[in-house]
Design a protein around this ligand. Structure first.
Ligand code: HEC
Ligand code: HEC
Length: 315
């Protein structure tokens, strides 16, 4: 039966040791780190110094440990400093870069993934499996919800979906809500992007989503023809080759939010020429032109019947 006194003494000793460790741990870790780097350099000799220098350093190293054990940490460090000089390695570890990647770097990363995914043949069956996670927000039909917090993505060009996914994945378009679901860790690499894009493109478009007030449609039509049609097409069908999205029948609230973000520089992947085009747009013009856009319709053969339910999701 152990004595309670012994136990108590053990506890006290443990406290003292713990306290010493806490107070001296910074200096201790420092010395250990320096020593570990010197040992590695002694083994590999990265600066190709002469044998004489290696031997000198080995001597200093032994002396430093001796000093350290006798609790002369400052003198011990001074010996190690000589070692760093002898071995010609920097005394401090170079700090990793902490600045955020530039816009060009993000674009470059996204472009790389786009170029990988574009030529791949989509496996639509696998695309459906991936899409099951997306449907939580974009709904099984790809029409999203009437409030327009999320876009209709059904029928969007494959190239556009691939680009937007790649941009969101690398952070070239901010989307904190969706980013974890689109990450390579959750859906996979370029092939998964190609697959899910193929699936989404095959979904038909709902033309009954949110519209504007209907008050400025004449102005809206004029603005559209003058400033948007050359890129987004006469009926808002977009352009596959240069990643210009379909915008016809898109949810009005979503259109307004994206448009303002782009005008104000808050959507980083926006198209430079479009930005130049829309700088002068105030609220009246924005509401008019996007109301008009939300009422444009895709060809009948890719319009979904209004009460269609995606059969892939019926269990
Ligand atoms: C948690 C909700 C959520 C999930 C899950 C989600 N998204 Fe999204 N997605 C959004 C939101 C919100 C936006 C619009 C963000 C904004 O306003 O810029 C968006 C935008 C998009 C866009 C851009 C459309 C456009 O017109 O520019 C695409 C493409 C897209 N999502 C595809 C997907 C795919 C594919 C998945 C599954 C891998 C997915 N999303 C999962 C919420 C989600
Ligand atoms: C010079 C070509 C060009 C012009 C002009 C242009 N756009 Fe765009 N627009 C684009 C491209 C390209 C994108 C996609 C940018 C990207 O990669 O995210 C885009 C994106 C958009 C989006 C976002 C769609 C989405 O799904 O997120 C909206 C909305 C939009 N444009 C509306 C308009 C309107 C309205 C006009 C006219 C006032 C206009 N654009 C003029 C090229 C253009």
């Amino acid at each position: 039966m152990p004595s309670p006194f012994v136990n108590r003494r053990r506890v006290v000793v443990a406290y003292v040791v713990a306290a010493l460790l806490v107070t001296s741990s910074a200096a201790f870790a420092d010395f250990e780190d320096d020593l570990a780097r010197i040992d590695a350099a002694l083994k590999k000799n990265p600066s190709r110094v002469l044998r004489q220098a290696l031997e000198s350093c080995a001597g200093r190293r032994a002396f430093a440990i001796n000093l350290y054990d006798r609790e002369y940490p400052v003198r011990a460090k001074r010996q190690l400093k000589v070692c760093f000089d002898l071995l010609q390695i920097p005394e401090t570890v170079p700090t990793p870069r902490v600045t955020a990647p530039s816009q060009e770097e993000l674009q470059e990363k996204a472009r790389f993934e786009i170029e990988q995914a574009l030529p791949l043949t989509p496996d639509v069956a696998h695309g459906l499996e991936v899409y099951r996670q997306c449907a939580a927000c974009h709904m099984p039909e790809g029409w999203s919800l009437p409030h327009g917090g999320m876009p209709q993505i059904a029928g969007q060009h494959r190239s556009v979906i691939i680009k937007q996914l790649a941009d969101i994945r690398v952070g070239n378009r901010n989307n904190a809500l969706m980013a974890p679901y689109a990450a390579a860790e959750s859906i996979g690499g370029a092939q998964a992007i190609a697959d899910v894009a193929g699936y989404i493109e095959s979904l038909e478009i709902n033309v009954g989503l949110g519209k504007g007030s209907g008050n400025g449609l004449e102005l809206g039509e004029r603005l559209y023809r003058e400033g948007c049609a050359r890129c987004h097409g006469e009926t808002g069908e977009g352009r596959i080759e240069d990643f210009t999205p379909r915008i016809h029948a898109q949810n009005y609230n979503y259109l307004v939010r994206q448009f303002k973000w782009m005008r104000d520089g808050d959507r980083r992947n926006a198209h430079a020429e479009m930005l130049a085009q829309i700088q002068g747009f105030g609220d009246r013009e924005i509401h008019a032109v996007l109301d008009y856009v939300s009422r444009l319709e895709p060809p009948a053969e890719i319009q979904a019947p209004p009460d269609w339910k995606n059969p892939d999701f019926v269990d």
